[in-house]
Write a protein that binds this ligand. Structure first.
Ligand code: PRX
Length: 653
């Protein structure tokens, strides 16, 4: 747990909703009471918000750790996101307002989006995709990314979206693990003012052994691409000539909707597997009630990329089911100016903004002049996700972005949970800066100690989820034992889900999330495992051994610090060139987001007598702190050696 968060939970400021907001809010206090009285009946009621082709006969089947929700029910995710709105007369409502980084924009009404999704579904069928086949999606943040996901959902082919910032190697391992049959990509996308190629990474990845038959390529930038005529198909060529008719089939409530890979505590990412009925129920319910969505009047904007779970639940499925009008933006927040996000808020009159603390802290650093230069008075609610938000950033978000007017919802959840679990309800909860407050109605969370005893107010421990929930992961793709082991073995007796986060209850019982307690780092709201980076480093010829830790970083939450031992005989020990090469090597193996900020060349790593690396001590070094108790080290001199050698290291350019 990071030391800068130790003071959390001593906050006395409280921000209750204004009476006007509370009176008009979608969710009222009685929702907690109702859910508590009968949790399953409560979720059943929320599931009725979806269109089911066939009703379920049982709400929950729970054979720990395997859950099934709304058993026997049948539905189609894409029908719920699109057809339904058109049939019920909302076809002319804008679904997506797309803003490209170069300044181009497009809008899609629900009726138009439905036509595109139907045509794309027909194109996938022509390419031989059948229900149950996996489709890899590796795209920039353009409307076609969502269209591709919805087309897959429409024909029952689970998608596996791989973030466009991941490398060819990372893409290959994900394609292989899910055994994807087809890859949907683009020539490139615009980032930081220029065209950023994506297709070459797909070409590289497919040099590996896969069962991929076709690559469907969206032309976004028009840049040159290599073309494999047998395998590659232009999106515009195949999609445009398809029929705009396609009847959505109904699938079982437990039919696979998607796989999304996330970092775990080993080098191999986990394919988090989500199904349809329960996932959609909770995504839609939370989107409507946590963000207080009024679909007729709100303009909602979640800045997440579809490559992450936030982009799945709160760009694609939740908002579309609720008939939201939303902004999607392709590029980076500083392109062409540091005021870009605020200009877009003003341009489209955004009312609800959902983003990550790392961006909020970056805005703070850039200066108030950027938000102040735009009219942000359309905003009425702000959300935060991905990492703990420090009280200073929370207050700045409230004052400078929200004009002291907008409630803030700090939402805790994970790829595994599928949807928001802990959050204020904006019309009910008196929020505290930096706290996610409490479990939402229908969700049971607890802070527990090592023995699974619930801690009292004022106590600290680990966050556990004590009851199954509709949008929970159904497993790790192809690895049932790993699923049991990772999440359910730690509190086997109590039967709780282990979230991997430290947490604290304050004197009022509000929950404060303190960061990961396992070997997972959180860099700019993205999960990266220490072992994944370590194995990337040791795959370089120069590296004999590596240890990686997440060090506190004022901007990115955590930053990656690597300690490496070079192989004997490697020249240029600790030289800047080699350090750069190692950093680039990690970017090539995993992606630029995993590039270590610091790499220190050391002669030894601090290990216990049983050979376990003492990361705590390395974290002390990386955070420039006095090194803590090192008496259990096999060789007590190691830390002195490491500190003496610090000058050999280097920091990010
Ligand atoms: O450590 C918690 C942190 O992000 C982890 C989940 O990461 P991921 O699966 O990538 O999903 C991120 C988006 C939902 C959690 O285990 N985390 C997420 N939201 C918060 C948070 N930590 C503190 N406060 C949050 N609001």
């Amino acid at each position: 747990m990071s030391s800068s968060l130790e003071n959390l939970g001593t906050e006395n400021r409280k921000f209750p909703p204004t009476p006007e907001f509370a009176a008009a809010a979608n969710a009222k206090a009685d929702m907690y009471v109702e859910a508590k009285a009968d949790r399953l009946a409560f979720w059943e009621k929320q599931a009725h918000a979806l269109h089911w082709d066939k009703p379920w006969t049982q709400v929950l089947d729970w054979k720990r750790p395997f859950a099934k929700w709304f058993i026997g029910g049948r539905l189609n995710a894409s029908y719920n996101c699109l057809d339904r709105h058109v049939i019920e007369g909302r076809g002319d409502r804008v679904a997506f307002i797309f803003e490209g980084e170069p300044g181009d924009s497009r809008t899609y009404t629900y009726a138009q989006l439905l036509i595109e999704v139907k045509k794309t579904a027909n194109a996938l069928i022509e390419l031989g995709v059948k229900d149950g086949d996996r489709v890899a999606i590796y795209m920039p943040m353009i409307p076609e990314a969502a269209i591709a996901m919805l087309a897959c959902a429409r024909i029952g082919a689970p998608h596996s979206v791989v973030f466009g910032g991941f490398s060819a190697d990372a893409l290959l391992s994900r394609i292989q693990d899910a055994d994807a049959k087809i890859v949907i990509t683009a020539d490139g996308g615009y980032r930081k003012g220029s065209a950023n190629a994506l297709k070459p990474a797909v070409d590289d990845a497919l040099k590996g052994e896969t069962n991929v038959k076709y690559v469907l390529v969206v032309k976004r930038t028009g840049q040159n691409v290599e073309w494999n005529a047998e395998r590659d198909v232009w999106w515009h060529e195949i999609v445009e000539r398809q029929s705009a008719e396609h009847t959505a089939e109904s699938f079982d409530s437990e039919h696979g909707l998607f796989i999304l890979y996330t970092s775990g505590t080993t080098a191999k990412p986990k394919g988090i597997y989500h199904t349809t009925g329960g996932y959609l129920t909770q995504a839609a319910f939370t989107h409507k009630n946590v963000f207080d969505l009024k679909p007729e009047t709100d303009v909602y904007w979640c800045t997440a990329d579809v490559g992450w779970i936030t982009g799945h639940s709160y760009v694609v499925y939740g908002p579309l089911i609720n008939g939201a009008t939303q902004v999607i933006y392709e590029g980076t927040p500083d392109s062409p100016t540091k005021g870009r996000i605020f200009e877009i808020v003003e341009k489209y009159g955004v009312t609800i903004l959902y983003t990550a603390p790392t961006l909020i802290r970056t805005w703070m650093k850039w200066g108030d002049e950027f938000p102040n230069a735009s009219d942000l008075s359309s905003l009425r609610l702000l959300g935060s996700v991905g990492e703990p938000i420090n009280p200073e950033a929370w207050m700045w978000y409230r004052e400078v972005i929200g004009g002291n007017r907008c409630p803030i919802v700090d939402t805790w959840w994970q790829t595994e949970t599928g949807a928001i679990m802990i959050s204020p309800l904006p019309g009910v909860t008196a929020t505290k800066p930096g706290s996610a407050m409490g479990a939402i109605p229908g969700i049971s969370a607890a802070v527990i100690d090592d023995n699974a005893n619930v801690v009292g107010n004022g106590g600290g421990g680990y966050l556990a989820l004590t009851q199954p929930w509709p949008s929970m992961l159904r497993g790790i793709w192809g690895e049932p034992e790993r699923y049991q082991e990772t999440y359910w073995s730690r509190y086997d007796e109590a039967g709780y889900y282990f979230a991997g986060d430290g947490a604290k209850l304050d004197d009022d019982g509000a929950i404060w999330l303190l960061g990961r307690v396992d070997d997972v780092m959180n860099v700019s709201g993205h999960r990266i495992s220490t072992t994944e980076v370590e194995s990337a480093l040791v795959s370089h010829v120069a590296v004999a051994e590596a240890a990686v830790v997440g060090a506190n970083d004022a901007m990115t939450g955590q930053a990656i610090a690597a300690f490496v031992i070079l192989r004997g005989g490697i020249p240029n020990v600790g030289g800047e060139e080699l350090i750069q090469e190692l950093r680039n090597h990690v970017a090539k193996e995993i992606g630029p987001i995993a590039k270590p900020k610091q790499i220190l060349v050391v002669a030894e790593l601090p290990k216990t007598r049983s050979g376990k690396i003492m990361r705590r001590l390395l974290r002390d070094v990386a955070e420039n702190r006095a090194v803590g108790d090192s008496t259990t080290l096999a060789d007590p001199n190691v830390m002195k050696l490491i500190q003496a050698g610090l000058n050999a290291g280097s920091s990010e350019d």
